[in-house]
Design a protein around this ligand. Structure first.
Ligand SMILES: *Cc1c(COP(=O)(O)O)cnc(C)c1O
Ligand code: SF4
Length: 347
């Protein structure tokens, strides 16, 4: 039987022709955009869009700039080369990303995995190979389920995946990266929560980009997860014209903490082909994180992360507070005032 969230999903808009008139643009190239990169806006997320160009509309309504992008690399982070088995990315020694789903509640136009989402699914064979790889690499202690969105899988499929991972002794924790609480909160059912809480320690990182994504429904979904004892973090993508503003970002981070979500990372957009119109400068990223740190509770401040091209991994940016000089350490505080700190011991 279809669950409610599956019914909602099945009436998603998947072509620009189906958009309500007030959200249609005059752009003639849009049909070729949706043929290149799948479109999906489910009815819940659609209800949050008021204008074509508002912060929610921009994230999911196709734009012809996607196919006019000069950037032509589909995989600048070299994920494909860091894939020992299909769907598994092993970049850092102790953790892997497992792309267990190719589907999402909506297809974000800025997605770093634009090359995959809505186009691929993990085959049973690839799943078995991935599990075997994790089993035979005993230094892997953290498995991150991503995709696509793992919570777009059926409850049965999720149980199968989570059980297989849980059975591997050296895996100490599981993380799920999902946008469903913000983009399809109906997915967070009682049954799902019962399943998830039987796989502790299980962490969920929720994708939120704008305060308009926090509604009664999305808040209730997050509260239900937190009440089940699931530690929640957030991931936000720094998007030009959507949230590249210190005030918007401050508001979002503080709202998340009120829902017991610890802001984890803000990501600089990866220069993937088709997303350049969302890309901000590194300067903007540094400016925004410096407007957060110190100005609001430390609990509300995530790290601003740059994923290095070529698979070098993520590094935090905006930490240029400190400089060693003759007279000691020169350190700036959050207001930009200079202080000197002297080491008392040399070790
Ligand atoms: C981001 C990422 C991780 C997780 O990094 P953390 O800093 O531990 O959250 C792991 N593997 C890959 C390939 C990643 O891109
Ligand atoms: S929900 Fe995540 S994986 Fe899915 S399209 Fe959006 S950014 Fe990409």
């Amino acid at each position: 039987m279809m669950q409610d969230w599956q019914k909602i999903l099945s009436s998603s808009i998947v072509s620009i022709n189906e958009l309500p008139t007030h959200l249609k643009s005059q752009d003639n190239d849009l049909l070729s955009v949706e043929q290149t990169y799948p479109m999906r806006i489910n009815p819940y997320f659609l209800s949050l869009i008021h204008h074509l160009d508002d912060p929610i509309g921009k994230q999911v309504i196709p734009n012809s700039l996607e196919i006019k992008d000069l950037q032509t690399d589909n995989d600048p982070l070299d994920e494909t080369n860091q894939s020992p088995t299909p769907g598994l990315i092993h970049r850092y020694p102790d953790r892997v990303v497992f792309l267990v789903s190719g589907e999402c509640a909506v297809y974000c136009r800025f997605c770093m995995r634009k090359r995959l989402v809505g186009k691929t699914a993990l085959s049973d064979h690839a799943f078995e190979k991935g599990i075997h790889y994790i089993q035979t690499h005993s230094h892997i202690r953290d498995v991150i389920l991503s995709g696509g969105d793992p919570l777009l899988l059926s409850d049965n499929k999720l149980v199968k995946i989570l059980s297989a991972i849980k059975h591997i002794n050296h895996v100490e924790m599981i993380r799920i990266h999902t946008r469903t609480p913000s983009a399809l909160p109906q997915r967070i059912t009682r049954e799902l929560i019962t399943i998830l809480k039987s796989f502790h320690p299980l962490f969920i990182n929720i994708h939120f980009n704008h305060p308009n994504e926090i509604t009664d429904l999305s808040a209730a979904a997050c509260i239900a997860l937190a009440d089940a004892g699931i530690p929640l973090g957030s991931q936000t993508v720094l998007l030009k014209g959507v949230n590249d503003d210190p005030q918007v970002m401050t508001h979002l981070m503080c709202q998340l903490v009120k829902l017991r979500i610890k802001p984890y990372y803000i990501h600089i957009v990866d220069p993937v082909s088709g997303v350049s119109h969302f890309l901000t400068s590194l300067e903007t990223g540094i400016h925004i994180i410096n407007k957060l740190r110190g100005h609001i509770s430390g609990l509300c401040v995530p790290h601003m992360m740059l994923d290095l091209p070529g698979g070098g991994g993520k590094v935090p940016i905006g930490l240029a507070y400190i400089d060693k000089q003759q007279g000691g350490w020169q350190i700036k505080n959050y207001q930009g005032k200079n202080y000197t700190y002297q080491d008392i011991y040399n070790d």
